[in-house]
Design a protein around this ligand. Sequence first.
Ligand code: ZN
Length: 241
Amino acid sequence: MQYMDNKLQGVNRNNSTDLPAKIKNRITVSIPRDTFSEVKYIEHLKFKVHIKNMYKDICNKINLQEQITPKLKFESLGAHAAGGFSNIDGKIYFDDNFLKQLEDSDIVFVIRHELEHVKQFHEILRLLGLKKFVKLMVSKNENCPEEKIVNSEKVNINYYKKVEQMLGKIDPNSPEGILAQKYIDAYKKYPDLMKLWQRTDICKVKKILIFIKELICNYKFNFLETSANKAAKNFLKTFKV
Ligand SMILES: [Zn+2]
């Protein structure tokens, strides 16, 4: 499951990544790369370096150790998503073409928001331990019987092992443990909006109604989301950009 943050929906996304694959291929093949497009290409590379530097800087400011900082990947995410943390592969994804249209302060907000999701899943892991954590990630049930677990090989075990080693366990009765349990409860309710949108077994009207309900009840006001937004807001207040 990926976190898709559909923040900043009003941003204009008229960029080449929205073109259908066929057209995109044709354009790439038929137009020789002239000086102008090379300049644009270099500018875009510079922008990606700028994002990477911002990401590194924010990780430092929130004391996220380098060894357990998720790898940053650039990908076109679609669905008005600026970024997402994949709790399965332990990587952070940003849509560079989307971010390019935002102010630096908004980019900082998006990065800090995703990093809070990273912290949330670290806390869940520290409370449950690796085995139960993997079960929860795969089936949303940490007590799921072994034989019912599917796709557990997709979970980035090496990453989470390192997190467990570096951060250690937390006591279920401690304030951190109680907070981690709240994250677990919220995660169980967290909707897979992408999967829902791709459903073909129900009629379109019904699908849209379920989608809106899930979006409002279980996504927008989900504790994982509200606390990530709060962390990003507080971060912006502390560190002016
Ligand atoms: Zn989020």
